[in-house]
Design a protein around this ligand. Structure first.
Ligand SMILES: Nc1ncnc2c1ncn2[C@@H]1O[C@H](COP(=O)(O)OP(=O)(O)OP(=O)(O)O)[C@@H](O)[C@H]1O
Ligand SMILES: [Mg+2]
Length: 396
């Protein structure tokens, strides 16, 4: 990837024109609206890969929308389609209310006419330019008055926390610092829309966490809308207003981080966004309030939350989050409880993590904040409130 490809900032005043046109519609016009987008690739062996398979998503002004999914699910392809770096097969893309791609009407605007910035996983900095020159690049390309450039560059470097590194070359900086330069370059042209492709994946865990919070606070301060790709569920939950979980080119679920964590629609989504305990069973009944009674190997469970398509007689999994499970040597009073054996019990700093087993279900995980550890083989009870059990279709 050449550094040139990162500079897709518009330089023809179309951005300003569009902004003014959409001003009257205030915050109701999405910054990005993708409808039924499809993108195929031809593999070298001749097979067709459907990388994006009928995706519809929106990014509202000032909001953070995260595309989350495992490797190969189509995240980068979708982002590149929005940026204009890939040509989709069909569907529509609007940016600030303006159509930039329409498969039926044969509209396909060039990247530089879409008025957005993109940050790639590889920082794509010019190696022969200093940090300041890299940051200045989009401003020069936009023909910003030369005398204004140094102050704007200095402000952007200040904003990303590296005011002292303007004269350094990329090879003289750490990965985290290079990433800050890339971020400064994306923010320097005051774009109201930035696309991010796994921008933090090349830095170590500690720096990643720090940059994540800084990015969020910059986004809150500057108010730009972000479409952000990651395969890291923690990153997705911390950054997003809305998460789209992708599964083989399709949106498996779209919602707030809380909705997706608390009410996953499928085992795929629930397991991708955090650790999920699963118990197989068969639905006995579903009452009017939407609670289900499920027969399982650990007994009859009552779950207050069920996926919409689940009905009596279905084969299902009853799922729960480890931090919602009680673990005690005395029988708890919770409505859902069964006897287990503690297999492992470890202290991980902020919590204790236990793996328990019972017949036919060897790995039921429990995370507790009370720091009590158990010897391997200790007989104990686990317990759960009905609100903390959710019933999902077996197959999904
Ligand atoms: N230029 C290309 N030619 C052929 N196939 C491609 C091309 N780009 C992507 N693909 C295929 O499209 C699918 C989606 O790829 P994409 O890069 O969008 O995934 P991703 O979700 O970004 O994965 P990762 O997390 O590994 O970056 C994959 O099966 C990939 O092999
Ligand atoms: Mg990718």
């Amino acid at each position: 990837m050449t550094p040139l490809a990162t500079d897709i900032t518009n330089n023809d005043n179309q951005l300003e024109g569009t902004l003014m046109a959409s001003d009257t519609q205030a915050d109701t016009t999405p910054m990005v609206k993708v409808d039924d987008l499809v993108k195929h690739f031809k593999r070298s062996d001749g097979a067709t890969v459907t990388a994006v398979d009928g995706v519809s998503i929106e990014v509202m002004p000032g909001e953070f929308t995260v595309l989350l999914g495992p490797s190969g699910c189509g995240k980068t392809t979708l982002l590149r389609c929005v940026a204009g770096l890939e040509r989709p097969i069909g569907g529509r893309i609007q940016i600030r209310g303006r159509t930039v791609f329409d498969g039926d009407k044969k509209v396909n605007l060039a990247p530089e006419h879409r008025g957005l910035n993109m940050i790639f996983q590889s920082y794509a900095l010019w190696p022969h330019m200093t940090a300041a020159q890299n940051v200045a690049y989009p401003l020069s390309a936009q023909k910003v008055d030369k005398k204004d450039i140094p102050a704007r560059v200095a402000r952007a470097l200040e904003m990303v926390g590296i005011p002292e590194l303007g004269k350094q070359y990329p090879s003289q900086m750490s990965g985290g610092q290079q990433q800050r330069v890339a971020l400064a370059r994306a923010l320097v042209s005051n774009s109201d829309l930035v696309l991010f492709d796994e921008p933090l994946s090349n830095v170590d865990a500690k720096v990643r966490e720090q940059l994540r919070f800084e990015l969020l606070s910059m986004q809150r301060d500057l108010g730009f809308a972000a479409l952000y790709v990651t395969h890291d569920q923690t990153e997705a939950m911390e950054l997003a207003n809305t998460i789209a979980v992708l599964e083989r080119g399709k949106v498996a679920q779209l919602g707030t981080p809380q909705e997706i964590y608390r009410e996953p629609r499928s085992r795929y989504v629930g397991g991708f966004i955090g650790t999920l305990n699963e118990i197989e069973g068969t639905v006995q009944s579903v009452d009017k309030g939407g609670a289900a009674t499920v027969t399982t190997a650990v007994g009859t469970l009552t779950a207050a939350s069920i996926a919409p398509e689940v009905k009596a007689g279905d084969r299902v999994v009853v799922v729960s989050r480890p931090e919602r499970v009680e673990l005690a040597t005395k029988e708890p009073t919770l409505p859902n409880r069964w006897k287990v054996t503690v297999e492992t019990s470890v202290f991980s700093g902020s919590r204790t993590e236990h793996v328990t087993s019972f017949d036919g279900n060897p790995d039921f995980r429990v995370w507790r904040s009370d720091m009590e550890l158990f010897h391997t083989g200790t007989p104990a009870w686990v317990g759960l409130a009905s609100q903390d059990l959710r019933v999902l279709p077996f197959g999904a």
